[in-house]
Design a protein around this ligand. Structure first.
Ligand SMILES: Nc1ncnc2c1ncn2[C@@H]1O[C@H](COP(=O)(O)OP(=O)(O)OP(=O)(O)O)[C@@H](O)[C@H]1O
Length: 269
């Protein structure tokens, strides 16, 4: 009797996910361009949230706000709050806290951005920088484990000391993901990670994202609606700097409520 109650509680606990990111009343400007308008969204932990919408509607701007990548842009201004681990990441005074936030939030871009160095060195650099006290043996162990986690180890184990730039686009993207997870982030931001890839490499990345969400919170910007349908748990539809509609993936794709979402999903603009 007791054990069956425990099982139910555990099931409920696994279903109810907490929020990894709270965005409240967010407004962003690039000079006079009001790029995000009164955005409110909570990103659930250990799930995949996809940002969809036409070009220029603010998807990447919001993604880049999550690790303060827009900070250096001339004319960038932000109002509102973004809470990660209950901390407003735009209300931080100490550089060390900002560095810590960035460490917890990895980012993978449209084009693989590997260094023109060997596969091993590409992996070693972030691991050494973030875990200074580790021995070479431990670092090599982490590298092997992370390459296995992104299902690339078998493909590259005999060429670890060769340039990472000789790998295919899909392999380079998986190596970028291995490098990102090598420093144990909580959240991984993906900005159209498959837009430069062929369908088979895209499928491998999608499978990988489905694996990774067991451990990490994933936010992905994608123009590929089929991709969002295949992998997302939650979807936010952006238009003209606003989130027009957001919710569970099935609800948005099967039963969208807003006129604008219906038009966009049916290819009417
Ligand atoms: N670095 C920047 N400096 C000035 N304006 C910018 C900058 N980045 C984006 N913008 C502007 O902010 C608005 C939102 O752009 P953003 O890139 O966030 O849209 P998006 O939905 O991600 O577009 P896409 O799907 O084409 O990548 C656009 O008007 C864009 O021109």
């Amino acid at each position: 009797m007791l054990s069956s109650t425990n099982t139910i509680d555990e099931d409920i606990l696994t279903i109810i996910k907490s929020d990894a990111i709270h965005v409240k009343d967010l407004n962003v400007w690039y000079k006079k361009n009001h790029a995000l308008k009164n955005v409110n969204i909570n990103i659930k932990e250990k799930s995949i949230t996809a940002f969809i919408g036409p070009s220029g509607c603010g998807k990447t701007t919001l993604l880049r706000c999550f690790n303060r990548m827009n900070d250096g842009i001339e004319g960038f201004k932000l109002e509102g709050s973004i809470l990660i681990n209950n901390k407003d990441i735009y209300n931080i005074n100490k550089l060390i806290e900002l560095i810590e936030i960035r460490r917890k939030i990895g980012m993978v871009f449209q084009q693989p951005n590997l260094f023109p160095m060997s596969i091993t060195r590409n992996m070693k650099l972030p691991v050494k920088e973030n875990f200074m006290s580790l021995s070479d043996k431990d670092i090599n162990r982490i590298i092997e484990k992370k390459l296995k986690d992104v299902h690339i180890y078998e493909e590259v184990k005999n060429r670890l000391n060769k340039s990472a730039l000789y790998l295919s686009g899909g392999q380079q993207q998986r190596l970028c993901i291995a490098r990102t997870i090598a420093i144990d982030p909580q959240i991984i931001l993906f900005d159209e990670p498959c837009s430069a890839l062929d369908p088979i490499s895209t499928m491998k990345i999608e499978d990988l994202l489905m694996d990774l969400k067991e451990k990490y919170t994933i936010v992905i910007v994608t123009h590929n609606l089929e991709q969002a349908k295949r992998i997302a748990d939650y979807v936010a539809f952006f238009y003209n700097g606003m989130i027009v509609e957001q919710g569970a993936c099935e609800d948005i794709f099967i039963n969208p409520k807003e006129e604008m979402t219906i038009k966009y999903l049916s290819g009417k603009f």
